[in-house]
Design a protein around this ligand. Sequence first.
Ligand code: CO
Length: 133
Amino acid sequence: MKNIEHIGIAVKDLEISNTMFEKLLGTASYKTEEVASEGVKTAFFKMGESKIELLAALNDDSPIAKFLEKRGEGIHHIAFAVGDITSEVQRLKSEGFTVLNEKPKKGADNKLVVFLHPKGTNGVLIELCQEIV
Ligand code: CO
């Protein structure tokens, strides 16, 4: 595991939150992106080597819609950058963590991503991400 690549925050309205975070951070989001396969639209902010990812639901079936319903707005996941996502997944499995998708999938912001089940990580959804080069 390398640095915290980003923190994902679930929001109800991407435009409203985008505006608020621009004021909060004093910088504009550098990209917005829809990931239809995940049912999310995202906005990214960069500060140094860390980012904030705002996540809003694209539809009612979106995992973000379900999260908002259950827990309301707030921190959704913490993402760690990894150099080799496949070997990191093997290492974490051998340590007993529950991997939600063993095959890395294409996430937002040009990344391959794997998620760990929050029940094994003190209730925090963990994302591993590897830059696609
Ligand atoms: Co993320």
